[in-house]
Design a protein around this ligand. Structure first.
Ligand code: DGL
Length: 257
């Protein structure tokens, strides 16, 4: 069976890499919406249309399950996608719940990195207020990070300088957990790890998403039906971008969890 992974650009590859590790006996199709990346700085209605168009293109490939490997697209469009398509659809949201559980042991605050659009949605506030009532979870939008990632900018000096500037207003002694609430961000996990004080945990939702996918595939009886074949696609069909996706998938497969 074929699992479709969808993102605005390269970010969802970090999720698909985790799926390839845990569920190697599936086939995969990945679609990046190169016509419209980035999503996180655009209007909600626009992004909703883009997601529906790109997913419709993926459907022509005959996928059996869909992972919306993008926190922004999930928060805007997953409900409509589920209404439209009768197949297992797994969405993503910033890993706020596990981060809040960590407050119990650390007693320290949580910083959620995500796109501006994800952090503006009522869905994000509902998620936070369901699990935490004391104002210990703070959002920090990092729109530039998607652009850096899309240009494969992983230079440790440049990126460390960027993170230092963004984190400058925060007293890091007060924080115990950073949530990577955008699928592009795990590419920077080790750079962050090297610059942050060791007491700060850096977490994302990738492993949890793949666990949910695995459970759904089993429930629908479509697990272990493929051979790990991967097809990379993008909405503008640019062969240079496909080559870039191959490089980024190589990086994503080396990320450590
Ligand atoms: N990778 C996407 C996410 O998880 C968004 C990146 C973008 O701004 O397009 O939110």
């Amino acid at each position: 069976m074929t699992i479709g992974f969808f993102d605005s650009g390269l970010g969802g590859l970090t999720v698909m890499a985790e799926a390839l590790r845990k569920l190697p006996a599936q086939d995969y199709v990945y679609m990046a919406d190169t016509l419209h990346v980035p999503y996180g700085t655009k209007e909600k209605a626009q992004v909703n249309d883009y997601v529906l168009q790109a997913v419709a293109m993926m459907m022509e490939k005959g996928i059996d399950a869909l992972v919306v490997a993008c926190n922004t697209a999930t928060s805007i469009a997953v409900t409509e996608l589920r209404e439209k398509y009768a197949m297992p659809i797994v969405g993503m949201e910033p890993a706020v719940k596990p981060a809040v559980e960590m407050i119990r042991t650390t007693g320290k605050r949580v910083l959620v990195f995500a796109t501006p659009l994800t952090l503006q949605q009522p869905k994000f506030y509902a998620l936070v207020s369901r699990v935490e009532g004391e104002g210990l979870v703070e959002p920090l939008p990092l729109p530039e990070l998607v652009r850096y990632c899309e240009s494969l900018q992983f230079d440790p000096d440049i990126m460390t300088a960027y993170f230092r500037e963004k984190l400058e207003p925060y007293n890091l002694d007060d924080y115990g957990t950073i949530v990577l609430g955008c699928t592009h961000y795990p590419f920077y996990r080790s750079i962050l790890r090297d610059m942050l004080p060791p007491h700060i945990e850096v977490i994302d939702g990738n492993a949890g998403t793949v666990r949910r996918l695995s459970a759904l595939l089993t429930r629908y009886g479509i697990a272990n039906n493929g051979s790990g074949r991967v097809e990379l696609m993008c909405t503008d069909g640019n062969p240079d971008y496909i080559a870039k996706m191959e490089t980024a998938l190589g990086y994503a497969r080396e990320l450590e969890y």
